[in-house]
Design a protein around this ligand. Structure first.
Ligand SMILES: *[C@@H]1O[C@H](CO)[C@@H](O)[C@H](O)[C@H]1NC(C)=O
Ligand SMILES: *[C@@H]1O[C@H](CO)[C@@H](O)[C@H](O)[C@H]1NC(C)=O
Ligand SMILES: *[C@@H]1O[C@H](CO)[C@@H](O)[C@H](O)[C@H]1NC(C)=O
Ligand SMILES: *[C@@H]1O[C@H](CO)[C@@H](O)[C@H](O)[C@H]1NC(C)=O
Ligand SMILES: *[C@@H]1O[C@H](CO)[C@@H](O)[C@H](O)[C@H]1NC(C)=O
Ligand SMILES: *[C@@H]1O[C@H](CO)[C@@H](O)[C@H](O)[C@H]1NC(C)=O
Ligand SMILES: *[C@@H]1O[C@H](CO)[C@@H](O)[C@H](O)[C@H]1NC(C)=O
Ligand SMILES: *[C@@H]1O[C@H](CO)[C@@H](O)[C@H](O)[C@H]1NC(C)=O
Length: 448
């Protein structure tokens, strides 16, 4: 937002301080009321409710991947708050964006789609599987099929040519970032493989999850010790030897919960230890037990994507607490404290309950957007993680139909954008570099 405007708004707030959301955590109806205001604010950004808007997409500047992630947050809202209001919209959105091959590669996106983008939609489908979300009509793609197709098509891109394995960030060569192997793509693949192992009880998925984990570990994306940190990725040109040591909440969340699923399913102490050590590392994203995006929040430099990352941290920590009971005390303590902090942060905007970015700030900090609403919503509703049933398996209550071969042999043809000139590429690279530098400046203490 325009800085002077933030100052004016902050000044107005001093004149008439807003209280934020009324919240009595232990009272379900209070929590339902608070979360409904946040969820409605989130859906204000939904294009599908606007005349001429595309189903499944959120308004500019929100990318397709974040739309997929936002429907994951709304599915959690349906589940944790036991509220059907958005049920039909969620179902319609996921089906509409599934793509012709039912693998989350819709034609509109394929020229720009990255592995992590597909991964986040796949994770939303997996949540629908595990929550036994209403099955689509038989002639539409089913949730389990979508999750399996995502994993299968991602595994087809596993690249042994550089760095001895791993997924690249981008799917297509013409996109900036094709030369980068990022943690989030690989962590999505790891987590989805782990969840499919537990859900289907097909141990081939364990082998796949292990392969993804071992590669990330071997490449140095994960540090060992009592504090397991999760770094951002590395470039293929130098065979992934220079690690970009930025840490993001969503990467740590993907890894800790993926390990937690495997610990729950296998009962193996190796995965239990890894879960606990990643959880230990996640302390770097708490300040007085309140979640914060360490790499960019303090410096006010979080970009549109990054402002939604705390949503996934909260979501994945909720799942971790469900899968590994020994982690629940630590996690719920952070969750509850963060929920109280975010409730008082949701006191901005013309509606008086728009959520901010920095929950340690006294009141609303002037930031707003889809990411802020998502992060607030997931934190508030995940205080119910231990009250609602843990994710189902095919044996224990799930009913979605899948196919282990989903997505195979149906390679999506993507046509390179016609007007991509060298100037475009250079321009994009400069913008990326500028954003990268400001993020690194804000994150320098994490590297020390
Ligand atoms: C978190 O809040 C919930 C709901 O009030 C409560 O049941 C739980 O005991 C709290 N947990 C911790 C660790 O504070
Ligand atoms: C259900 O959700 C809608 C939309 O967020 C909200 O208006 C309504 O009050 C909610 N009902 C309950 C019981 O939480
Ligand atoms: C693709 O884009 C067109 C034009 O904006 C739109 O009408 C259509 O609904 C989009 N399809 C999907 C799956 O988003
Ligand atoms: C690249 O790194 C991997 C380990 O990540 C190693 O096994 C491989 O030999 C290296 N290749 C080259 C060409 O250095
Ligand atoms: C797996 O998760 C379930 C559901 O939360 C829990 O009851 C069970 O104790 C967990 N099992 C292990 C081995 O952690
Ligand atoms: C933690 O929050 C306090 C209060 O807002 C702030 O002064 C401090 O700088 C924060 N610490 C970090 C590491 O961001
Ligand atoms: C899951 O959904 C199916 C189909 O609607 C239903 O028969 C089954 O009872 C549900 N399972 C649970 C645990 O609610
Ligand atoms: C288990 O999963 C693998 C990998 O997707 C698949 O090839 C195999 O057919 C599956 N096995 C069964 C029994 O479903």
């Amino acid at each position: 937002m325009w800085r002077p405007l933030v100052l004016v708004l902050a000044f107005l707030r001093v004149l008439s301080p807003a209280k934020g959301l009324e919240l009595e955590l232990s009272d379900l109806s209070s929590l339902q009321h608070a979360t409904s205001l946040v969820a409605d604010g989130l859906m204000d950004y939904y294009e599908g409710f606007h005349l001429g808007g595309t189903i499944g997409m959120f308004t500019n500047p929100y990318y397709w991947w974040q739309s997929g992630a936002a429907f994951g947050s709304m599915l959690d809202y349906w589940w944790y708050m036991e509220n059907d209001t958005y049920h039909d919209a969620i179902m319609q959105a996921i089906i509409y964006q599934a793509g012709d091959n039912a693998d989350f590669m819709p034609l509109n996106q394929t020229t720009t789609e990255g592995n992590d983008d597909q991964g986040f939609w796949g994770i939303t489908a997996m949540a629908a599987v595990e929550r036994n979300f209403t099955n689509p009509p038989e002639d539409e793609p089913q949730w389990l099929y979508l999750a399996q197709a995502t994993v299968n098509t991602m595994w087809e891109r596993w690249d042994l040519e550089h760095c001895n394995g791993g997924l690249r960030w981008q799917i297509f060569q013409w996109n900036a970032g094709y030369n980068y192997k990022n943690t989030v793509s690989n962590a999505c693949l790891f987590q989805l493989s782990a969840r499919l192992a537990r859900y289907t009880a097909n141990d081939t998925y364990i082998t796949l999850a292990e392969e993804a984990f071992d590669w990330m570990y071997g490449a140095g994306f994960l540090t060992e010790g009592d504090w397991w940190f999760v770094y951002d990725g590395a470039f293929v040109e130098d065979n992934c030897t220079e690690i970009v040591m930025l840490q993001w909440t969503y990467n740590a969340g993907l890894m800790v919960s993926g390990c937690a699923y495997l610990a729950n399913y296998t009962g193996d102490d190796l995965w239990l230890d890894r879960t606990e050590n990643f959880l230990h590392g996640i302390q770097v994203f708490t300040n007085q037990s309140v979640f914060f995006e360490a790499a960019c929040q303090g410096s006010g430099n979080c970009n549109t994507d990054q402002r939604s990352f705390k949503a996934y941290l909260a979501r994945f920590l909720g799942l971790t607490a469900q899968m590994v009971p020994s982690t629940a005390e630590t996690i719920m303590n952070w969750m509850n404290t963060s929920a109280v902090a975010v409730a008082q942060s949701c006191s901005g905007g013309t509606d008086g309950h728009t959520c901010g970015l920095n929950w340690l700030y006294d009141g609303w900090d002037g930031f707003y957007g889809l990411g802020e609403q998502m992060s607030a919503l997931e934190t508030l509703q995940n205080t119910r993680a231990l009250v609602r049933p843990a994710p189902y398996t095919a044996q224990s209550g799930g009913s979605s139909q899948g196919d282990p071969a989903a997505g195979l042999g149906t390679k999506t043809e993507a046509v390179p954008p016609l007007k991509l000139t060298n100037a475009d590429v250079a321009g994009a690279a400069i913008i990326t570099a500028i954003i990268g530098l400001s993020v690194i400046a804000g994150a320098i203490w994490l590297l020390l």
